[in-house]
Design a protein around this ligand. Structure first.
Ligand SMILES: Nc1nc2c(ncn2[C@@H]2O[C@H](COP(=O)(O)OP(=O)(O)OP(=O)(O)O)[C@@H](O)[C@H]2O)c(=O)[nH]1
Length: 214
């Protein structure tokens, strides 16, 4: 059986209720889009495997509730994240202004090494736009983040933004990843397990369990 993934990272979606976090995730993982809004309760997650620079990266993407009343629960997930996607809605000025609050919370609760990007979702809603591209780009620049406008409805920039945050996390953990993969090779050589061995998959997953501490 082929190796399933080399490493696992956690990415968190943050932003006000209704900006489209769940839809972005559904679009990315299931290629689907829902027009209705059912508010996320607490947190939910979906998985996807990406290949970056020959490394199979499994990303666990946590979709958090934007509603204020779930903040105590969602904040508990910040410190275990390696990547954060801040999302606002280009048709909602307040969701854009609140990014500062989300970013302050992340500074307080997330690990220092956490990688962040800024996304302005609903780019298909041009006639209802309230936040210019330039405003989004300037805010991202202020925080030193990459910036994308996306649409979960049309798929515009959805893959690109999730790939980018994963790539940034991978770069930030490059040395740990190299060490991990190096020790994994050593381990497999020593154990004398071949590519097709069932044991190897189990071993990889056990060793990759270590990756979760990044
Ligand atoms: N036009 C348009 N509508 C979108 C887009 N993304 C999401 N929506 C709509 O926005 C509404 C809210 O989307 P959700 O994904 O549920 O929002 P959320 O950020 O997960 O909300 P909470 O779970 O309450 O935090 C839904 O009616 C979606 O159909 C988009 O890219 N374009």
């Amino acid at each position: 059986m082929a190796k399933q993934y080399d490493i696992l990272f956690r990415i968190l979606l943050l932003g006000d209720s209704g900006v489209g976090k769940t839809c972005m995730l559904r679009r990315f993982t299931d290629r689907e889009f829902d027009t209705g809004h059912i508010s996320t309760i607490g947190v939910d997650f979906k998985m996807k495997t990406l290949e970056i620079d020959g490394i199979k990266v499994r990303v666990q993407i946590w979709d958090t509730a934007g509603q204020e009343r779930y903040q105590t629960i969602t904040k508990q997930y910040y410190r275990r994240a390696q990547g954060i996607v801040f999302v606002y809605d280009i048709t909602s000025e307040s969701s854009f202004q609140h990014i500062v609050k989300w970013a302050t919370d992340v500074d307080e609760y997330a690990p220092e090494k956490v990688q962040r990007i800024l996304v302005g979702n609903k780019s298909d809603e041009e006639p209802r736009r309230r936040v210019t591209r330039e405003e989004g780009s300037k805010l991202a620049e202020r925080y030193g983040m990459d910036f994308f406008e996306t649409s979960a409805s049309t798929s515009h920039n959805i893959d690109k933004s999730f790939s980018r945050v994963t790539e940034l996390v991978l770069q930030a953990h490059k040395r740990d990843v190299d060490n991990l993969l190096g020790s994994l090779d050593d381990y497999l050589n020593k154990a004398g397990l071949d590519e097709s061995g069932q044991d190897k998959v189990g071993s990889i997953q056990r060793v990759c369990g270590c990756a979760r501490i990044f």
